[in-house]
Design a protein around this ligand. Structure first.
Ligand SMILES: Cc1cc2nc3c(=O)[nH]c(=O)nc-3n(C[C@H](O)[C@H](O)[C@H](O)COP(=O)(O)OP(=O)(O)OC[C@H]3O[C@@H](n4cnc5c(N)ncnc54)[C@H](O)[C@@H]3O)c2cc1C
Length: 495
């Protein structure tokens, strides 16, 4: 859990300003020098030959491997972890995939606009359009391999449908990944666990011709005409966070796996790939989560309807912007500690029910009280301030908005008036994923600094940059992993 003293929160604010001001400059730092073959004094490592190499067994890697296998390619899948730990952050994920609400031009346009607005129109519209074009077919493709989803449901405040891997949010991804790993193996893919890709192999023309990997028996060269990097993000790499995002970023809670260390970013940069949107806090996905279970205790569904309350008993953000805007605002609150407050009416909504049942499943207490005085005492905020915040907010609510509230709320505003009152507390900011990464084209080829494709090199999933910046559409990352993975796998197999 983040520290509670005020010096800490001051230094965090300084960090935010510093990161925002210096992000671009920081993005060039931190790439270690290329490892060169000159280090070898004996024979070169043994070689294995394939058509396609996929690095990583998360959603992006397995989508690429299965797709390439379906096209008849001989595929090698490299995974640095032990088999029981395969699947990366995809295994821990809530399992929600964002998709257009229907197969209509209007629904696709809404999906694209939501993504672009959240990225402040600084992300790649062409890539995002491919998500809208492909995701519904790609979900059907997963189903054709035996993956099960719940009935899709609306995902306010985003104008998308959320497809959740069955049986429930935060419970479905291990099954989905097991199913897709088996599908890849049934198509003939060979999996190599405890095999860490270390360096891309490049021929005299500068094309990538494979990967040098470290195994328990020493180095092995995996050679192929096409390599797909699907190594995930770098939220687990304190050094990269510090160098690229900002000097204190490595002190944030990390919601995902510790071994998301940006290996793919580094390997790609070492062969000349361009890394984009790597600098500043805009390049992080932050959610305010409960410290007892930073991965799964993310009450995202209820954020638009609740009131975010800081230690002073005050609101600090328009909650209707969604859980990532809320998480980022939480980073700037005293002690980095906030609560989400709502009443029985919100608790009775499907969104409230989803959060309550998830916290119950995780064994995390939800604070309840019959009066705001009692609630204030339980969440350590001044009672007068909390009552004044709730009263003035309620007075401002009109037709689902609270525009006169401080700060104003543009949508999903409901009066907090029906006891018992609830609080999710304490919540603190945690890094979910990193947004910056390898620049790609629509074929998912990695691009060099001149914008030209690097022969033989593809990238898919969280290691790719260009999709998100600043804010985020819930379910967006698994969607791009699946779409990227399939397109990269298809083009890699054709190579
Ligand atoms: C708690 C949590 C909940 C989330 N919930 C959602 C959600 O509901 N919806 C959503 O859209 N997004 C969600 N996200 C984000 C999403 O899960 C990730 O962005 C996505 O799963 C990344 O998938 P990936 O395939 O790119 O990488 P990963 O799933 O992280 O897989 C990368 C794999 O590559 C392996 N690897 C890395 N380096 C090497 C190497 N050098 N050699 C060999 N193997 C290597 C890793 O061990 C790992 O297995 C969540 C994230 C977290 C942490």
């Amino acid at each position: 859990m983040p520290q509670a003293d005020s010096t800490k929160s001051l230094s965090r604010r300084d960090f935010l300003r510093y990161a925002a001001a210096t992000g671009v400059a920081l993005s060039v730092a931190g790439i270690p020098a290329r490892v060169v073959d000159a280090a070898f004094v004996g024979e070169l490592p043994p070689t294995r030959e394939f058509d396609v190499i996929v690095i990583g067994t998360g959603m992006a890697g397995l989508a690429a491997a299965v797709q390439a296998g379906e096209q008849g390619a001989r595929v090698a899948i490299l995974e640095k972890q032990l088999k029981p730990l395969f699947g990366g952050n995809s295994r821990l994920a809530g399992g929600i995939f964002a998709a257009p609400e229907a197969r209509t031009a209007e629904a696709k346009a809404q999906f694209i606009e939501d993504f672009l607005v959240k990225g402040d129109y600084r992300t790649d519209a062409d890539l995002i359009e491919t998500l809208a074009d492909h995701i519904l077919d790609d979900i059907e493709w997963l189903k054709s391999h035996g993956v099960e989803f719940l009935e899709p449901s609306p995902m306010a405040p985003y104008r998308v449908l959320g497809y959740t891997a069955a049986p429930a949010s935060y419970q479905g991804m291990p099954k989905l990944l097991d199913t897709m790993l088996k599908a890849a193996e049934n198509l003939g893919a060979e999996t190599f666990f405890q095999t860490k890709a270390q360096e891309l192999l490049v021929d005299a023309s500068g094309n990538v011709v494979g990967v040098r990997a470290k195994t328990s028996k020493g180095l092995v060269d995996f050679r192929a005409k096409a390599t797909v990097i699907a190594t995930g993000g770098f939220a687990g790499n304190g050094q990269m966070l510090e160098q690229w995002v900002g000097p204190d970023a490595d002190e944030s809670m990390v919601r995902g796996i510790k071994w998301a260390t940006g290996d793919g970013h580094i390997m790609a940069a070492n062969v000349g790939a361009q890394l984009i949107q790597m600098g500043g806090v805009d390049t992080l996905h932050i959610a305010a989560v409960h410290p007892k279970n930073t991965a799964s205790a993310n009450p995202f569904q209820v954020v638009p309807y609740a009131l975010g309350i800081n230690r002073l008993g005050r609101r600090y953000v328009d909650e209707s912007l969604g859980y990532v805007a809320h998480g980022k605002a939480a980073m700037e609150q005293p002690g980095l500690e906030v609560a989400l407050v709502f009443d029985q009416a919100v608790a009775d909504m499907p969104e409230g029910q989803a959060v309550i049942s998830n916290f119950d499943r995780l064994g995390i207490e939800i604070i309840k009280a019959n009066t705001l005085d009692e609630l204030a005492a339980k969440i350590n905020v001044p009672a007068d301030a909390l009552k004044e915040t709730v009263t003035s907010f309620n007075a401002a609510v009109q037709n689902g908005q609270a525009l006169a509230a401080d700060p104003p709320k543009a949508a999903h505003a409901v009066r907090i008036e029906k006891p018992p009152f609830y609080a999710l507390y304490p919540l603190g900011p945690g890094i979910t994923l990193t947004f910056g990464g390898i620049r790609i084209n629509l074929r998912r080829q990695a691009l060099d600094a001149d914008g030209k494709p690097i022969g033989g090199l593809y990238a898919a999933g969280e290691c790719v940059g260009g999709y998100f910046l600043g804010d985020y559409v819930g379910g967006g990352s698994l969607t791009r992993c699946l779409v990227d993975g399939r397109i990269a796998g298809r083009n890699a197999a054709r190579a």
